[in-house]
Design a protein around this ligand. Sequence first.
Ligand code: NAD
Length: 448
Amino acid sequence: EFLSDQGNTSAAVIGMGYVGSPIAAVLAERGVDVVGIDVDPELVAGLARRRCAFSEPGLAELLCDGLDSGRLRVSTDYDLVSDVDVVIIAVGTPVRGTELVDEYLRNACAEIAKRLREGQLVIVKSTVPPGTTRNLVAPLLEAGGLVAGEDFGLAFCPERLSEGHALRELRTFPIIVGGLCGESAAAAARFWQRTIGVEIIDCGSAESAEMVKLAGNWWIDHNIAMANELAKLCGALDVDVLEVINAANTMPKGSGNVNILLPSVGVGGSCLTKDPWMVWRAARDRGIRLDTIGVAREVNDSMPGYTVGLIAEELAGIGKRLDGAKVAVLGVAFKNNTGDLRATPALQVVAALRQAGAEVAVHDPLADPGEVKKLFDLVPVQTAGEALAGADCIAVLAWHDAFEEIDFAALRESVAPGCAIVDGRAHYPRRTIESLRRHGYTYRGIGR
Ligand code: NAD
């Protein structure tokens, strides 16, 4: 039996990125002795100095609490793996084209394999194509001579947190468990029950749990694509897509309601842009053709261009062209309330605007200014007021709660006459739109 000991539990989290860091912090909060291991010496040194690289609400504080109490340690030293009960793998699993880039996973497994001890439990959290835990991770871990499912436990527990709410979701979301064998799944369930104490959903096999994660993201990407197409039509009909969605979502269906998500400037980030391709590829490798994935990706990828079109139309409305116009971009992260810039659709929008000759000022209070400069080749301005100065158009490409503070009425004098607000996140409710119009702004949203 793996993890039979009822005493204090210890864990190693391999990969201290957007996912590994909050997992390590929450486990430490729950009394687990955690060591976070990453191959990036700068990241580890930063964390050790209490510098958190991620703009996740509450994370910096929780990591500090863990480090201060000694419950959490961070290191680049894989040797610490041999001291723990549970090894959690949270390294990146990007996709190139449609193929998994498995190098980080392979490297992590090779290092773990050298230190693995009998009775330990390995839990894979990185998102992987179905069959990866059994066909790739298990053989790599067995290179050290131990047998998966016999000498050590091996389970797959998908990570379903979304950035911006990571801590709350890690503390409350049901945890999915799938094992290489029944005993591995049972051990993983015991571990999460002992530590996080949330509902555990035992899916049986690792393959089943791997598919749960992918099915969830397939659904989200597909749902957003539908919302985006709905928005394109609503925009043309002069119907507010937000009101259509809010009303449509009251319709009972199955065990819940219809749940159409929001349209937006595009779907970015490191998950929805790649996980659907893992599904597509897994199907293709088995001779199955999946059409919905490519279509959804295509629709969602069309949205940055669609948004640029909206901006151009609004400028035309005040007799201006993109060439020479001043556009203020608020929020450049890949989605609301995060500073994560990975695969952000804002990059395409900003690039297209500048290509067309617009002068663009970008402001994002959550994104790291150095990262913004590197990615966008633009020095971000520090305040919304600076961004808005002289703006012909304000494009909200990611909504952050901090933007609630922007006093558009007071800034009216500093923007150009007839300035349009293009809401790339379908964020503003009708009463705010009315008030913006009263203050002389034009409002245009995706599908609104
Ligand atoms: P990330 O790039 O932020 O973090 C990965 C970390 O792993 C990096 O710090 C990197 O240095 C480290 N690493 C790479 N190779 C290593 C090795 N051999 N040993 C130790 N550390 C190594 O990625 P992320 O966003 O945290 O995603 C991690 C996994 O979680 C991915 O599979 C992703 O699909 C999945 N996931 C991500 C999210 C999300 O919102 N970001 C949500 C759910 C699931």
